[in-house]
Design a protein around this ligand. Sequence first.
Ligand code: GLU
Length: 291
Amino acid sequence: MCATPLEQGRFAPSPTGPLHFGSLVTALGSFLAVRHRGGEWQVRLEDLDTTRNVPGADAEILLTLERFSLNWDGPVLRQSQRIDAYEAALAALLARGQAYPCACSRQDLRQLAAGDAMAVYPGTCREGLPAGKPARSFRFKTSGLETVFHDELKGELRTHPEHEGGDFVIRRADGPFAYQLAVVVDDAFQGITQVVRGADLLESTPRQVALQQALGYPTPRYLHLPLVLSPSGTKLSKQTGARAVTPDAVTLRAALRFLGQPEPPASLGNDMKKILMFSAEHFDCKNIITE
Ligand code: GLU
């Protein structure tokens, strides 16, 4: 008899600052969802964008997770050490005609889009680079693709990436691999079966599913969590200077409340390990308040 492989979840912060309440909610949601199913929780540092990395933020994030007793399984994966894997994926996509070099600069595209921020890439380089223009980036070809994935809160979502942004960049003009490609390659490498993350990434998911299909990877289950907003109504983020969380039981209980999960008994006091055990056992994504 074969043992069923364990569910695998992950938390994938970019080390652009300390863990704030919004990223704690994501860490906690992904931890509880997978622990509820008896699975493993992995941590991946998404440090490819060296212009946004903050020195020391990686160590600080990991320490804060530990202080909350959010203990991960296996080694921490760093995207900066995975360049060979992304190179191989890009080469495979190019070999299958599923990606192509693109000479368009942002300015070219802005002019073509005439101020339309939602504009679909016009396909200028899809059939070859314009004469005399060097390749700047690489794009993934979305023509004719349909993606379907299951979000635990929103149900089945079906899209045509061709009409939503169109062919997207998988390697940037300034060198680094794009988030979309790196995430897909790493989720497959880490055997991730459920992706829990903020709703701001919902619009990236169809692109990632399209890449999974092209690379022959399985599509995980998804759960996009409501965003924690600042008092001014914008997403709480490191870029807008959100404060570092205090790793204590009060903050942990507040994050559980944000996720609509049952209040852990007062008798558990400040024992964060016990609070997490209780919450993993009782986790139910149907309790999440989506308004
Ligand atoms: N690194 C991304 C962030 O910090 C999260 C990526 C993901 O969960 O897919 O926003």
